[in-house]
Design a protein around this ligand. Structure first.
Ligand code: XBP
Ligand code: MG
Length: 253
């Protein structure tokens, strides 16, 4: 029977609900600054989330959603430049404290630390975004709580490819059977399952209708002792919020 040793967290949508009021707003600020009349509405952004990675999302928009947009430079250079400014605006948002952690996240991380579980992050987002989110919500010292922060372009293929998870496990010299992954989206669960990781899902506004087949359980949140989660799919075995005993039960399945 494999021992649960490592918790690997996704970031966007999992640690914090960052997409609608965070990344999307920062993209629009960068478009305005660049003099582009692009407006990624809440609805349009939900469609653009089909692809992971901000640079890749800009490229998808130009190539698939815009009619006759003329570029006098390489699309990759254009997207990278625009994305750099988007990241600037997103970091400002994070620094302002505008984006809190989701319910139960801070408690679960602290419980895991007290039980000497090892922690890691596997995310498609830009590394600086992780540093700023953790610093703004848990304090700068929290960056040291995560043995590995695998983020963004550190791997060739982004989610739904498994690369970001397999890279993190290689760095930690740990096998999938000793880990649990925490995700929020179809691209995320495809990535963690392809890395042979048992996965716990918390949905959000953009991912509530995604297909989470293969995940161990799908919840609306991790919850708190006095704020029970709602089970969307799966068996919570009598638990009503995510704590270490719940994780051990899930991991032992
Ligand atoms: C979510 C993503 C990221 C963010 C935007 O990552 O796909 O691309 O939407 O961040 P995850 P960047 O769910 O894996 O945390 O603009 O920095 O890519
Ligand atoms: Mg996510």
């Amino acid at each position: 029977m494999s021992q649960l040793e490592v918790l690997i967290f996704d970031v966007d949508g999992t640690l914090a609900d960052t997409e609608r009021d965070g990344h999307r707003v920062a993209f629009n600020q960068a478009f305005e600054e660049a003099g582009l009349d692009w407006d990624w509405t809440v609805e349009l952004y939900g469609e653009l989330l089909q692809v992971t990675g901000g640079k890749e999302r800009i490229r998808l928009y130009v190539e698939k959603f815009l009619e006759g947009f003329e570029l006098d430079e390489d699309i990759s250079d254009f997207a990278a430049r625009l994305h750099q400014r988007k990241t600037h605006f997103y970091l400002e948002l994070l620094q302002s404290g505008a984006i809190p952690l989701r319910s139960g996240v801070e408690r679960l991380i602290n419980e895991a630390r007290e039980a000497d579980l090892r922690l890691a992050i596997s995310t498609t987002t830009t590394p600086a975004n992780v540093d700023y989110l953790l610093s703004a919500t848990l304090g700068k010292q929290s960056l040291n709580w995560f043995e590995v922060i695998a983020a963004g372009d550190i791997v060739p293929a982004k989610k739904p490819a498994p690369d970001i998870y397999t890279w993190a496990m290689q760095q930690m010299k740990i096998k999938p059977e000793n880990c649990l992954a925490f995700e929020d989206s179809l691209n995320g669960v495809k990535s963690s399952l392809a890395a042979d990781l048992k996965t716990i899902i918390t949905i959000n506004g953009y991912t509530k209708d995604d297909d989470f087949s293969g995940a161990e359980i799908v919840l609306d949140q991790y919850g708190e002792p006095n704020q029970p989660f709602t089970v969307i799919e799966g068996d919570a075995a009598g638990f009503d919020y995510v704590n270490l005993d719940f994780l051990k039960e899930i991991h032992a399945r």
